[in-house]
Design a protein around this ligand. Structure first.
Ligand SMILES: [Ca+2]
Ligand SMILES: [Ca+2]
Length: 339
């Protein structure tokens, strides 16, 4: 009897100890995971700080060493420089400012290391109705009637009035949103983030994913002719041959973007002259360009830049990503982290 009760107590003690052990090892694991997520969060913050310092350095060096410091182009250091922007040491961790670039001449995709300028994209806060329709038709592959409606809705979101844009009957935005089952109204103010466009009536994730690389809410509101992408140029210029000539002029003899022989547009007023040195422009093409130049839609520099960074903790698979939009002075307009 005595023996069996000792056995009983021993068994229970063992079970208790076992449970205790399992519990504390689980606790310990949770502690380690928690510490690592704090570590990752710290690394992401440190990555953002390093990015801003590196970025400001690149531009202060550009002021000193670049023959055209006021011009931002695809062969600048900020656009692609693996030595500066890949495998950046941040304490025990490592970060990479990598993004996928599509060459506008060959259509080939490649990874580049650095920043993407926002002034190569159409600005949601000043894009006009006809450009929006073209963007939705060309890039989002929408049919004309649907593109017309959505373009109007995108403008209605930011315009101050409550009347549907370009509507013959002067129908109300408020009525349209409530009839479609939305429990909110158009903002009637400027877009502050890119994702805000998802709230617009008729917008869906599929359309958004197709156009998101070509639209922005940051930057000067003018298109940097040295960096603007083919799809955006096609919306703005329309004439296919003229788009080809602008891109070919920019890419230089090797017909590749972001290389040493790229040609810069240094003065918007000289664009027609510059292109004419390499390619014959028809009278129609010259008129198109001159109209665009006088509407003041182009510039030769960029005012905002995006960073996509992936950080890896040392010797681990854990990683986090940040997106950051900043200007040359290091002012941050947007910051988000994905753990
Ligand atoms: Ca409105
Ligand atoms: Ca080139």
């Amino acid at each position: 009897m005595k023996k069996s009760s000792i056995l009983f107590i021993t068994l229970w003690t063992l079970i208790f100890l076992g449970v205790l052990c399992a519990h504390s090892s689980r606790m310990a694991r949770q502690h380690i995971l928690f510490a690592k997520s704090i570590e990752l969060r710290n690394v992401l913050y440190d990555t953002a700080s390093s990015a801003i310092i590196l970025f400001k350095d690149v531009f202060s060096n550009k002021e000193l060493s670049d023959a055209y410091p006021k011009i931002d182009s695809l062969n600048d250091l900020w656009a692609n420089h693996p030595f500066l922007f890949d495998k950046i040491k941040i304490g025990q961790a490592q970060a990479s400012f990598r993004y996928q670039y599509v060459d506008n001449i060959s259509g080939e995709k490649e990874y580049r290391y650095g920043f993407i300028d926002e002034d190569r994209k159409l600005n949601l806060n000043n894009i006009n109705y006809s450009d929006l329709i073209l963007l939705l038709k060309n890039v989002a592959k929408m049919q004309e009637p649907a593109a017309l409606k959505l373009a109007a809705n995108i403008i209605d979101w930011r315009d101050r009035d409550d009347i549907i844009y370009n509507d013959n009957y002067g129908n109300s935005e408020i009525q349209a949103y409530s009839q479609a089952g939305y429990n909110y109204l158009p903002k009637n103010n400027l877009y502050e983030s890119l994702e805000e466009i998802i709230l617009v009536k008729g917008m869906n994730p599929e359309i958004f994913f197709r156009i998101r690389d070509y639209i922005t809410v940051y930057g000067s509101g003018r298109l940097n002719i040295n960096t603007v992408s083919r799809a955006v140029l096609q919306v703005k210029v329309i004439d296919f041959n003229l788009v080809e000539k602008i891109l070919a002029y920019r890419a230089g003899g090797d017909m590749k973007e972001g290389t040493f022989d790229d040609r810069l547009f240094s003065n918007i007023g000289m664009m027609v002259n510059d292109i004419s040195k390499e390619y014959d422009l028809t009278e129609k093409e010259k008129n198109i360009l001159n109209d665009l130049i006088s509407s003041n839609c182009f510039s030769v520099s960029s005012a905002a830049f995006s960073l996509y960074s992936t950080s890896y903790l040392a010797n681990q698979k854990r990683r986090g990503r940040i997106r950051c939009v900043l200007d040359k002075k290091g002012r941050i307009y947007h910051w988000s982290a994905i753990y």
